[in-house]
Design a protein around this ligand. Structure first.
Ligand code: MLT
Ligand code: MN
Ligand code: ZN
Length: 298
């Protein structure tokens, strides 16, 4: 068995370019100098014909149109079996509304994330007669699609931005942000598009893994502040950065992970420019910068 993964969208919320952003990267895309990237999503299959989508981004319509493996095979027959969301952020759930055409699939999430969806009646557009909502408890393996098993596990994170109160804990460990361990026969991979810090538990889990897709939101914690785009740091957003002593590149050193791929990159991240020094540094440290349409098999 082969585990196949295709990056449907490599960018974080907002995408590249983001509609209201005039930062350097967004301008370079508009000038045709660097490739655009759609919002955070990964398609996975254990048998090449049944597929699951991990996180339903607002760009899912275009992402599916661009992916022949996901095209209908009959009048209303589609290869999509399930959608799994790893948190309640808009970039990961808004695409559910695009999937409302009376098509059956299973929607997997933790009880807490299902609670967020249930509290928003607009998601009832996914007719409960055809879209089954399955609550998944952490550390309990389940069949995501034929030939593909998944296990959710908590990673440090926060509640969705639109649910933040006066004070926000940015590294909660619970059901609001999870990672996914995928298995197809002997093959496996991890998908962790949002992570606030590298905890000892996560380090142990990832040690020796074949393939990890990991949170690549920012290059440096104060990147958006320095770009003049507002006061938010990566830490405040619940995302660890790539560089620096607390960054993901340093955190993975010595973990013996064979393939490391950054996903969920914010449009300010310099690694999105193919000729940037930061991209060279990340690649020299063994990382691949995820791109829309990139296919990886394990
Ligand atoms: C994030 O990953 O921090 C969120 O997607 C932010 C957002 O919802 O815009
Ligand atoms: Mn996001
Ligand atoms: Zn921008």
């Amino acid at each position: 068995m082969t585990l196949r993964a295709r990056i449907l969208g490599a960018a974080a919320g907002g995408g590249l370019p983001q509609w209201n952003c005039g930062c350097e990267n967004c301008r370079l895309v508009r000038d045709g100098r660097i490739p655009a990237q759609t919002q955070s999503s990964l398609a996975v299959s254990g048998n090449g014909s049944d597929w699951a989508i991990l996180n339903a981004s607002p760009d899912i319509r275009q992402q599916m149109a661009d992916t022949p493996d996901l095209h209908p095979t009959g009048l209303r027959d589609v290869p999509l079996r399930s959608v799994l969301v790893t948190n309640g952020d808009i970039d990961h759930i808004a695409g559910l509304l695009v999937l409302r055409e009376m098509q059956d699939f299973t929607l997997f999430a933790t009880p807490e994330i299902h609670g967020v969806l249930q509290a928003n009646p607009v998601f009832d557009a996914l007719n409960p007669k055809v879209v089954m909502r399955m609550e998944i408890t952490a550390e309990t393996p389940f069949e995501l699609a034929s030939g593909l098993e998944a296990t959710l596990f908590p990673v440090p994170g926060k509640v969705p931005l639109y649910m933040e109160g006066e004070t926000v804990e940015t590294d909660l460990i619970g059901e609001q942000t999870v990672g996914v361990h995928l298995r197809a026969g002997e093959r496996d991979a991890f998908y962790i598009p949002g992570c606030a810090t590298m905890s000892a538990d996560l380090r142990d889990r990832l040690r020796g893994a074949d393939l990890v897709f990991f949170d690549g939101t920012l290059w440096r914690d104060d990147e958006m502040v320095r770009a003049g785009l507002g006061p938010k740091t990566g830490k405040r957003m619940g995302h660890m950065s790539m560089s620096g002593p607390d960054g993901s590149i340093a955190a993975f050193e010595g973990l013996d992970v064979a393939r490391r791929i950054f996903v969920h990159m914010n449009n300010t991240n310099p690694v999105l420019r193919p000729d940037s020094d930061e991209r060279r540094v990340a690649e020299a440290a063994g990382w691949t910068i995820g791109q829309d349409g990139m296919e990886i098999s394990a």
